[in-house]
Write a protein that binds this ligand. Sequence first.
Ligand SMILES: O=c1ccn([C@@H]2O[C@H](COP(=O)(O)OP(=O)(O)O[C@H]3O[C@H](CO)[C@@H](O)[C@H](O)[C@H]3O)[C@@H](O)[C@H]2O)c(=O)[nH]1
Ligand SMILES: [Mn+2]
Length: 435
Amino acid sequence: MAPPLEDAAPLQLHTVEVDQPLAAVNRLLAGLHLALAATAIAHRGVHDIILLAADLVLLFLWLLSQAPMLRPVSRAAFPGRLSRPALPAVDVMVVTADPDKEPAVKVMNTVISAMALDYPGGRLTVYLSDDAGSPLTLLAARKAYAFARAWVPFCRKYGVQCPCPERFFAGSDQLDGGGGVDHHRELAGDKIRVKNMYETFKTGIEEATMDAALSGSCTKAARHDHDAHVEIIADKQNSNSGGDEDAMPPLVYVSREKRPAWAHHFKAGALNVLLRVSSLMSNAPYVLVLDCDMYCNTRSSAMEAMCFHLDRRRDDLAFVQFPQMFHNLSGNDIYANELRSIFSTRWKGLDGLRGPILSGTGFCLRRDAVYGARPASSRDPFSSMEVGELKTRFGHSNAHVASLRRTAGSTTGVLPRDAALVASCEYETGTRWGE
Ligand SMILES: O=c1ccn([C@@H]2O[C@H](COP(=O)(O)OP(=O)(O)O[C@H]3O[C@H](CO)[C@@H](O)[C@H](O)[C@H]3O)[C@@H](O)[C@H]2O)c(=O)[nH]1
Ligand SMILES: [Mn+2]
C-alpha cells in the first residue's frame, strides 16, 4: 500500500548520475595510453638510468592526472520542487574594474541579467563593485536600473529564459505566448516596446561614453586614488525586507576606497568589501558571484543553486560552481578558448570525486563558509563568540559584527552608517580577516 502523502519522502531537489559512456571512453583511453607508455619504457630498457627515471616520473604525473577522468558525473536540479516562500535571500555580486577594457553596456548586461533572475524580488539584491570609481559606470548603473524596471516584469510575465537582454534580443528564446490570440498580440507588442527601451538605454550609455567630462574625470591616477562611494539604486518605496515576490531587486553600487599606498588585492579585495557592505544591508546567507563579462544562461540559476544548498541530506556544501560557456568565439579558434576540456571533461570528473575547485566566477557560496564557519556548525555559528573575538576576526564595525548574528537583513533606501568604513582601505588592518 502506498504511504499516506504526509509520510512520503520529500521530492529530491537534485540528482547525480555517473556519465557511463564518457567514463568508459576515458578508461579505455587511459588503459591504451598506459599500455603504450609501459611498452615504450620496457623497449628502451635500463641503458640510461636518468632517462628511465624521467620516464617513470612523467608516467607517475600522468597517472595522477587521470583521477578526474575515471568517474565523470552529470547533475540535474529541479527548481520547480522548491518552496518559494521558504527560499533564503541571495546577494548577487558583480565586479568591474576598468571602464575602458570592460565596456559599460556589457557590464550592465551582467547587472541586468542578475536583476532578472527568477527569484522572489524581496529576497534578491544585486551589488556592483566598481574598482575604478568611474562616474560613467555609476551613471550606467542608474540607467540599467531604470531599464530593468521594464525588463524584469517583462521576463516574469512571459517566462523569459535568458536574462541577458543583449542575448535575448539576438536569440530565439521561446516565450510563453499563452493560449489566446490577444495574449500573443500583447506579447509581440511588449517585446517591441521593451526592445526599443533597450536600444534607447544602449544609445544613452554610448553617448555618455563619448562625454569627455565623464570619462576625463576617471584618469589612471584617479582610479587608484579615490574615496569610497556606496549608493543604493532602488525605488523609494521599495524596501527589500523579504515579503514581496514582485518587488524590484535593489541595485547597490559600491566603489571602495583606493589609495596608491595600500594594496587593494584586485578582485579578491573587491569581493571582501562587497561581503562587508552587503552584510550591513541584505546580509543574504548565500552569495552569487559574477565577473562583469559573464551572465547566467538561464533565469533559474539562483534557484538551481538552491536545489543543492537546501538539500538537507548534507550540511558540508560550501559552494555550487556553474560551468562556463563562451559565446562569439572565432570559428577558427585554435587556442581552445572554449575551455571544453576543463568544464566538459575534467570538472565533471572532479565532481565525481570530491567536487571541482572554485573557478572564480559563476559560483553560489554560503556566506558563513567564507567567514570561516565549520562545515557542520549550527545555523548560527557566531552566536557563542565574544564580541571582542568577533572584532578581532572581522574588524571594528559594530553593524558588521551584528550582521554575523542574524541571517538576513533588509535593504531600505537609507545608506547604513558604516558603509564607507567597511569599504575603506585600512578596515582589515590588524584584524584576522581572511584567515
Ligand atoms: O582589481 C581588480 C581586477 C579585476 N577585477 C574584476 O575581476 C574580474 C576578473 O578579472 P579579469 O581581468 O577579467 O580576469 P580573467 O583574465 O578573466 O581571469 C579570470 O578568470 C576566471 C573566469 O574566466 C575568473 O573567475 C578569475 O577570477 C579571473 O582571474 C573582472 O570582472 C574584473 O573587473 C576587479 O574587480 N578588481
Ligand atoms: Mn575575464
